[in-house]
Design a protein around this ligand. Sequence first.
Ligand code: NDP
Length: 251
Amino acid sequence: MPIATARFDGKIALVTGGSSGIGLATARRLLDEGAQVVIAARGKPGLDKAVEELNAGDRLTAVAVDVADSSDLDALVDAIRTRYGRLDVVFANAGIAAFLPNADITDAEFDRVVATNFKGVFFTVQKTLPLLADHGAIVVTSSWAVHRGVPAASLYSATKAAVLNLAQSLAAELAPRRIRVNSISPGYIETPSYKANVSDAAKAAAVATVAAGRLGTSEDVAAAVAFLASDDAAYINGQDLLVDGGLIAAV
Ligand code: NDP
């Protein structure tokens, strides 16, 4: 669908998890709307492929970063400061799917999931804040699973609930700088991660529970992120936006 507006002309945006799925679609949307975009993810091949796909020349920078590693985040912030001097939008989206029955979650698995899904988002936001312009916007990625009890999701959902609450708390804390902080809660979104983790039978069962009658696309979520990050959402702060085709509300 052609984009009629350029809400991000002259803006600098960071998208973590920008090499795949929701992050990649959001990077594309922000670029289409005029932003200069920095994408961050761990894997160099994934980043190289994303750069090729996005084909945005020098309006796009890709940085290999593990958000669970604070020194990687420091290097990312240094690279952004050197290249752009500031940020206007931070989309702290990098996350991993992790669904295991509660009894099977080991200490190591707990640390792995918390390190990316909560610690990674927490420090992405904390470390980029000094670069974020007053009146900037932060969006973090929570999940539909926060809005309902889901079997095998006790750890994953708890990390995503933490992220949602982080957004709410920071919305209040950052009010003096007029920085808005919101979260999105994607529903069943057919990203590479979703496809890898969910069988065809489970997908069909999932679709049957969605009012929209289909799985979501990364572009569905990207449109919501771009809205929340834009001045169109200037009076929306500390909120969570479900992008789930009616999954939660319709049941
Ligand atoms: P993908 O697996 O398609 O993309 C995940 C992205 O995050 C990749 O770019 C990946 O690159 C990056 N990433 C993962 N771990 C790290 C890390 N430690 N440091 C830096 N980058 C990392 O997933 P989705 O697009 O589906 O998911 C995006 C977000 O949406 C996640 O937070 C997920 O929990 C959330 N979500 C997704 C839903 C869905 O149905 N798809 C539903 C609800 C929430 P690399 O592996 O190279 O680092």
